[in-house]
Design a protein around this ligand. Structure first.
Ligand code: PHE
Length: 340
């Protein structure tokens, strides 16, 4: 039997294709194969020799089938390697799985707002996130010691530079870049930084979308028109806007922009605190001194400006109840906006 084993193993090793190997398998392990034939002869042996003989045949059978299986693996691998070498593309291989990505709700909202406002003639001015105290405050009528600084005292980098607390310094930089040309009509989207607490509605980093329009005879009525058109396109036709008198050092007159609550449609609910309205922006007519600071003559031109909180808009649009979700990078959250 040892001689037979050597012979079989030799043939297994010499089999160079799966077909040849299969022949070897049938020749020895098949129902009419040589190993099976050995077992049939067991009756010719003396009874006391039978158990040992049976065990030896079984051991041989196991060994042979293991050898065949491993030779089969080897031949399969060789065949695959060769076919990969032959054909650059193996269409029989399972495909590689790519997870489908999606846009962040802030990105989606900003793109939509940019598209709506560009339809009304606004271009995009990318300003900067690090600012000088001069641009972030002074040129916007917020002098050293002005109480309006208190709300925004923030991340200073040096005595005179800081992370911008709002996108409004982009008004000044954008105006200066245009060197007095008319009309001025651009938005400044981007991150802003404030020393705010972190809770469901506050985060020390958030986004604003600033808007600025300057020309001969720009009116408050136009401001209202642009804002209500933007809100209606973004939230739907049934949303109403309300302008409330307010104060900003760089606009005069100034207002807060409220929209009728998108959850209760103005009836009053927990999201709007029963008021039926939600605050989404600050706005107003550009202060004459700010026009001067940007190189425009307040006796010849007028302008309006607005600053929307982008996070707020995105949260209202997509029903997100905690601003921290926008910054957590949790795929379980983000994947919900795929394809929306
Ligand atoms: N910059 C103001 C803020 O951050 C918003 C604003 C922008 C108000 C433009 C009026 C005009 O609160």
């Amino acid at each position: 039997m040892a001689e037979m084993e050597v012979r079989i193993l030799q043939q297994i090793i010499e089999a160079s294709t799966a077909g040849e190997l299969e022949h070897v398998r049938i020749k020895y392990l098949g129902r009419k194969g040589e190993i099976s034939a050995l077992l049939k002869n067991i009756g010719n042996l003396a009874p006391e020799q039978r158990p040992a003989f049976g065990a030896a045949v079984n051991a041989l059978r196991n060994k042979v089938s293991e050898m065949i299986a491993s030779r089969k693996d080897e031949l399969d691998r060789e065949a695959l390697e060769q076919s990969l070498l032959r054909d650059a593309i193996d269409v029989s291989l399972p495909g590689e799985y790519f997870e489908v990505g999606g846009l962040h709700p802030l990105t989606k909202s900003l793109r939509e707002i940019t598209s709506i406002l560009s339809g009304m003639g606004f271009t995009v001015y990318e300003s900067r996130e690090t600012e000088t105290d001069e641009m972030n405050f002074v040129k916007l009528n917020i002098a050293q010691g002005h109480p309006a600084r208190d709300m925004q005292e923030t991340f200073y980098l040096t005595e005179t530079t800081l992370m911008r607390t709002h996108t409004s310094p982009g008004q000044i930089r954008g105006m200066l870049a245009l060197e007095g040309r008319l009309p001025v009509r651009f938005i400044v989207p981007g991150r802003v930084y404030r020393r705010d607490p972190t809770d469901a509605s506050h985060h020390p980093v958030f986004f604003q979308v600033e808007g600025l329009a300057i020309d001969v005879d720009v009116t408050f009525k136009q401001l209202r028109g642009v804002i209500s058109t933007l809100m209606n396109r973004f939230f739907g036709q049934d949303v109403r806007i309300r302008l409330r008198p307010s104060y900003f050092p760089f606009t005069e007159p100034s207002c807060e922009v409220d929209i009728s609550c998108v959850f209760c449609r103005g009836e009053g609910c927990s999201v709007c605190g029963g008021s039926g309205y939600l605050e989404v922006a600050g706005a107003g007519m550009v202060h004459p001194q700010v026009l001067l600071n940007g190189g425009y003559d307040p006796d010849k031109v007028s302008g309006f400006a607005f600053g929307f909180g982008l996070d707020r808009l995105a949260m209202l649009k997509y029903g997100i109840d905690d601003i921290r979700l926008l910054y957590g990078n949790d795929k379980r959250f983000l994947s919900q906006f795929r394809g929306l």
